[in-house]
Design a protein around this ligand. Structure first.
Ligand SMILES: Nc1ncnc2c1ncn2[C@@H]1O[C@H](COP(=O)(O)OP(=O)(O)O)[C@@H](O)[C@H]1O
Ligand SMILES: [Mg+2]
Length: 353
């Protein structure tokens, strides 16, 4: 039996003679039947819609003069959640979502559906896009990115049709559908001047999200959560705030990325330099340190010192940091001294100079 919320969506769409809404709800029901292994039921639902299957849409933007790239672009999802630094709550919520998706058959058989609508907020550079990628990676689903900002910006006259075709394409298979810049939705809803096509387009987009089958994981991201009203928030089953790292996570991230064996003084210097930075800024800094180490033929620790002295000339290098100075490290063969090697050297009683 189709889920009650889908049946209700279908009835509501039918009662307002919204044929696209009826099709979307019916397609969602058919997809859930497929997941349950009820292929015949799915076929019967599909053929009941206008006596034919839903027309396969095209994904590229055409015939619109300034039409630039596609509205739905597949991105590679290269890394999983284990590569991200997340707070405990975010990590466990995401792992629960992954487990529910992986075991969706079991849930659906018992009249439950896996959660599949995720709203991510937080300042830029703290992992919203990375989480969408990681979810797709860990589920083995393709990652489709919807640029809603460009959709509302330049497709007057065609927006509704394109939203429908975009969703019809997406619901055909398990995937992660990523809506970046989702605050655009809130902006249109709040705009009192706007009564026409944009308002309808936003309503249609939200209806489409409501009727997505549970094998489509919708991930919306925004840097401006205050622009989304409660009705929009309510639609998402999992809401996570990805904040910049606090002091200890900042230090932990840098130490891990650079494989540092840092003294207390160095930890304090790092804290002074990098508090309130985003993960993206921290990551960029660690890449600069690694690049310098290679180009200057020094170890990562020496390179870190040079980068910090250059960027923060007002800071004193900590007195408890008894590492090789730059000249000494330069004189050594160009190799990165790793934590384990340094430990070995210490235990053998020799000074690492
Ligand atoms: N939580 C995190 N853990 C590890 N690296 C991160 C994290 N957040 C961001 N990064 C790094 O910063 C880069 C940009 O992050 P991104 O996910 O695009 O941020 P957002 O979408 O929130 O603006 C990522 O490619 C990654 O290298
Ligand atoms: Mg992003």
């Amino acid at each position: 039996m189709p889920r009650l919320d889908l049946v209700l969506t279908l009835i509501r769409a039918a009662s307002r003679e919204d044929i696209e809404g009826v099709k979307a709800a019916a397609e969602a029901m058919a997809n859930e039947e497929v997941q349950l292994g009820h292929n015949r039921a799915a076929d019967r639902i599909r053929t009941a819609i206008d006596g034919q299957k839903i027309v396969e849409p095209t994904l590229t933007r055409t015939g619109n003069g300034d039409a630039p790239e596609g509205l739905l672009v597949e991105l590679p999802a290269k890394a999983g959640l284990d590569r991200l630094d997340l707070d405990d709550r975010s990590r466990s919520s995401l792992l629960a979502l992954l487990t529910e998706q992986k075991q969706s058959g079991k849930l659906l058989k018992n009249g439950l559906s896996p959660r599949h609508k995720l709203l991510l907020s937080g300042p830029p550079g703290n992992g919203k896009t990375s989480v969408a990628e990681a979810v797709a990676h860990d589920l083995g689903y393709p990652l489709y990115v919807v640029s809603y900002g460009s959709l509302v910006g330049s497709l007057l006259g065609e927006t509704n049709r394109r939203i429908e075709s975009l969703f019809a394409q997406a619901r055909r298979q398990p995937c992660v559908l990523f809506f970046d810049e989702f605050e655009a939705v809130g902006k249109e809803r709040a705009d009192k001047q706007e009564t026409g096509e944009m308002k309808r387009a936003v309503a249609s987009l939200l209806t489409q999200i409501d009727t997505l089958p549970s094998h489509v994981v919708a991930v919306a991201a925004t840097n401006h959560p205050e622009m989304l009203d409660r009705a929009v928030w309510r639609r998402f089953e999992v809401k996570l705030v990805l904040d910049p790292p606090n002091y200890s996570r900042t230090i932990g991230f840098l130490v891990k990325q650079l494989d540092l064996d840092a003294s207390l003084g160095l930890i304090q210097v790092l804290g002074q330099c990098f508090t309130n930075k985003s993960f993206a800024e921290l990551k960029d800094f660690t890449l600069d340190v690694r690049r310098r180490a290679v180009l200057d033929d020094i170890d990562v620790h020496g390179s870190l010192r040079r980068e910090i002295e250059m960027r923060f000339p007002e800071l004193d290098w900590p007195t408890d940091d008894h590492r090789p100075d730059e000249a000494a490290s330069k004189a050594r063969p160009p190799k990165i001294v790793r934590k384990t090697e340094r430990k070995k050297t210490k235990t053998s009683g020799k000074q690492d100079v």
